[in-house]
Design a protein around this ligand. Sequence first.
Ligand code: FES
Length: 324
Amino acid sequence: MSARGRLHGAIDVVVTEVVELNSLIKRFHFARPDGKPLPAFSGGAHIIIQMQDGDTLRGSPYSLSSSPLDTRDYQVSIRRDDQGRGGSLYLHREVKPGMKMSITHPSNMFALDKRASRHLMLAGGIGITPFMSQTAQLAQMPGVHAELHYGMRSRELGVYLEELASRLGSRFHVYADEDNEQIDYDRLLSSQPAGTHLYVCGPSPMIDLVLRKSAEHGWPDNHVHYEHFAKASSGEPFNVELRASGKTIEVGAEQSMLEAIEAAGVDAPYLCRGGACGQCETRVLSVDGELLHEDHWLEDDEKASGEKIMPCVSRCRGTVVLDR
Ligand code: FES
C-alpha cells in the first residue's frame, strides 16, 4: 500500500447507504459499482476498510453484519470511538453515500463450527456485529440450536434488537447495565449439554472473563471461539529500520507500524490487522528503546524476549530494526 495506494487484492466499492442506528453507531453499505455480487463469505467474517484520511492511509478491520446469503452489498456497523486514532471518526464524519472506497476480501477468524448442533453466543456492546451474520447464516440451518445473550450499557445503545428477536425468539436475551441486568456466566456455562460450542465477542474484559470461566467450567478449548481484535492505538512517533528492504521510516502518531511499512512500498503480510491472527509476525533484529506490545498473539515470554513484534497493533518507544 503506497501513501496513496491501496491494499493488495482490494475490491473497489461504492457506499450505497449510511444508516444512523443510534447516537454512537452507524451502518455502512458497500456495493460493487457495477452492481454485481460481492465475494461470498460466512458468518463471523470481517473485511478491512481502507481509508484515505488526508495524507494518512488507514486499513482497519470490521466484522460484516449483513447476511452471508445476500452479497448484493456488505454491511458493517461501526461504533464511533472518540478516543481512537481516527478510523471510526473518519467513517462517521466523512463517509457518505456515493463515495468510492476500497475494501479487502472477507476473511473469517470467527466462523461457526459446523459440527456443532448447539451454539451459545455471548455478545457485549458492538461485539454483536459478527453475531448478526452468524445468526443470519444459522436461520437457514433448521434443527441447529443457537441462543444469544447480548449485554449493553443501555437499551438505547443496543442495535438490531427487533431483528434478533424475530430470528431467535425466546433464545435471544438482552441485558442492560442501566437496568442492573448482567449475563449470568456461571449459570450459562455450567448448564450446556456436551457438544455445545461457545462464541464470545465484546470488550476485552468480557472476553477475558468468559475465557477464564469457560476454563473453570471445563469447556474444551476447541469448543470455545472468540474474536479478540486489539486496536492499533495512536502514540508517540518512532523510527523503524527495515533491514531487508534497506529503508528507514517514521511511524506517525496516528499511524500503525504496518500502515507505515505499507506506505513505504514494502509488502507486509496481514489478515486481521488486530493482533489476533499471527500473519504479520516480524522478527526484531535490535531495538534502541522499548517495544510496546499490544497484540493477543505472542505469548508473554515471546514479548519479554523482544525477538518478535506484531506491527499491525504494536509500537515502539525509540528505534526498532526489523527483518522486513
Ligand atoms: S495482521 Fe493479524 S496479528 Fe497482525
